[in-house]
Design a binder for this molecule. Structure first.
Ligand SMILES: Cc1cc2nc3c(=O)[nH]c(=O)nc-3n(C[C@H](O)[C@H](O)[C@H](O)COP(=O)(O)OP(=O)(O)OC[C@H]3O[C@@H](n4cnc5c(N)ncnc54)[C@H](O)[C@@H]3O)c2cc1C
Length: 408
């Protein structure tokens, strides 16, 4: 089959590798004409998924990551400065790494002949002969038996297929930054943990962990400290926070270095009041922080005619579920299984879409549980003991059976 893939990031490259292995004729269109490296920060997923990805040949050779074994819940209290008070060390199994590392390794396995960088798709149409016509920014047309939109949370494909579906702002943003370990004043106590730092009586929290450096070094002294603070911003104030240094209102993301001076100072003051001083100092030292607005999006179908949505182009789920990599890979893998099980492509797509909706809705439900716990009903870990924290967690969050990072 000839298959066109719109978007050459995590989901697009994963799908391309799997479909090429099945013998399909695949073309990936990626609007960016530069390497996507340098734009990402830390990303994580379960070790089970990493193992599967490797077994499927999506990545091979060395892969720089950290194995995370615990998630300490920490609060700010004077008696425990500068590192804060640990309410509970939750056992987990999780892998964290540079977004760049994952993208580069996936991209490496998509032969250049199948990856067309610098080509933006501006339209897609179902043709009377059953094919799909893609139009590029320069007006060229290309025809495919099947098209997968892997074009991210602001997907053109989703807008064309289901224009009534809109992103829903969740009432908070993710303010993020990276600091090289070599730029830290005092050695960091973090090793194999992801810290969740609660605020004092305010919604949201800050998540921090080390990732390997850009060159894949995992050595102490060369790691990169990744922090990400969830901060509640009422919808009426969103435009203000998303107004960049030049006065332009950005949608969805405010890239590194573009936050206005006034907003950056406000954000830094906020975190200094709410998180242990050691971590507040790291945030204050970070240059080029950036913002991602948190949205979700639910769907009733993953396809129309011969066009499908995969990765963030499908359902959009809260980031703390850690499911970004899982979704893109599983959407593509399931599609192949359904195509093998059904002679008829329409039957395959129908079966596939139903399965993706089921998984997507479970992840959205998980995202809502975590959002309630980690944003709106966030426990102040400074005031909670281990039992209270365990009770809060158990009552708040239950993972779907095929996606869980808790360790019994
Ligand atoms: C550069 C970059 C850095 C990221 N860094 C992080 C990170 O550090 N941590 C994290 O958790 N998540 C990060 N993400 C998001 C993460 O990749 C996704 O949430 C998730 O992994 C799903 O990936 P995706 O491939 O579905 O979507 P995305 O990764 O968003 O990729 C969509 C791709 O489609 C391309 N595209 C969009 N529209 C068109 C079009 N019309 N024609 C052609 N191409 C198009 C985009 O350029 C992009 O490469 C990043 C995404 C990008 C693009």
């Amino acid at each position: 089959m000839t298959i066109g893939i719109v978007g050459g990031s995590i989901a697009g490259c994963s799908a391309a590798i799997l479909l090429l292995k099945e013998g399909h004729e695949v073309t990936v269109f990626e609007r960016s004409n530069k390497s996507l490296v340098g734009r990402g920060g830390g990303i994580g997923t379960t070790p089970a998924l990493m193992k599967q990805i490797r077994a499927d040949g999506l990545i091979n050779g060395d892969f720089a990551l950290f194995q995370i074994n615990k998630m300490p819940f920490i609060g700010k209290v004077k008696s425990h400065e500068p590192y804060g008070k640990v309410a509970w060390d939750m056992p987990i199994h999780f892998n964290v790494f540079q977004w760049n590392e994952l993208w580069q390794k996936l991209r490496h396995n998509v032969p250049n002949a199948h990856y067309r960088a610098g080509i933006k798709i501006v339209d897609a149409k179902s043709m009377p002969n059953g094919k799909v016509e893609l139009t590029t920014h320069s007006g060229n047309k290309a025809h495919f038996d099947l098209v997968l939109f892997a074009d991210g949370y602001q997907s053109l494909g989703r807008q064309l297929l289901f224009p009534e579906k809109k992103l829903k702002y969740r009432g908070y943003i993710l303010w993020r930054g990276l600091l090289k370990e070599s730029e830290m004043d005092i050695a960091c106590p973090l090793s194999d943990d992801i810290l969740r730092l609660s605020y004092k009586g305010e919604p949201g929290h800050n998540v921090v962990y080390f990732i390997p450096d850009q060159n894949g070094s995992v050595k102490e002294g060369e790691r990169v400290f990744n922090w990400a603070a969830y901060i509640a911003i009422p919808e009426a104030k969103l435009d203000n926070i998303m107004t960049d240094k030049t006065g332009k209102i950005r949608s969805g993301t405010l890239p590194p270095g573009s936050i206005s001076q006034a907003n950056e100072s406000w954000l830094k003051r906020f975190l200094s009041q709410h998180i242990p001083s050691y971590y507040a100092n790291i945030v204050n030292k970070t240059k080029d922080s950036y913002i991602q607005v948190i949205y979700t999006l639910d769907l009733d179908s993953y396809y129309k005619d011969r066009m499908c949505l995969i990765g963030d182009a499908g359902m959009v789920v809260q980031p703390f579920t850690g499911s970004g990599v899982f979704k893109g890979y599983n959407n593509a893998k399931d599609l192949i299984t359904c195509m093998k099980e059904n002679q008829n492509l329409n039957d395959a797509l129908e079966q596939w879409s139903k399965a993706q909706l089921k998984t997507g809705k479970r992840l959205l439900a998980l995202g809502e549980q975590m959002e309630k716990a980690f944003i709106w009903e966030q426990l102040d870990f400074a005031k909670a003991n281990e039992q209270a924290t365990k009770t809060w967690w158990k009552a708040s969050v239950s993972f779907p059976e095929n996606f869980n990072y808790e360790r019994p």
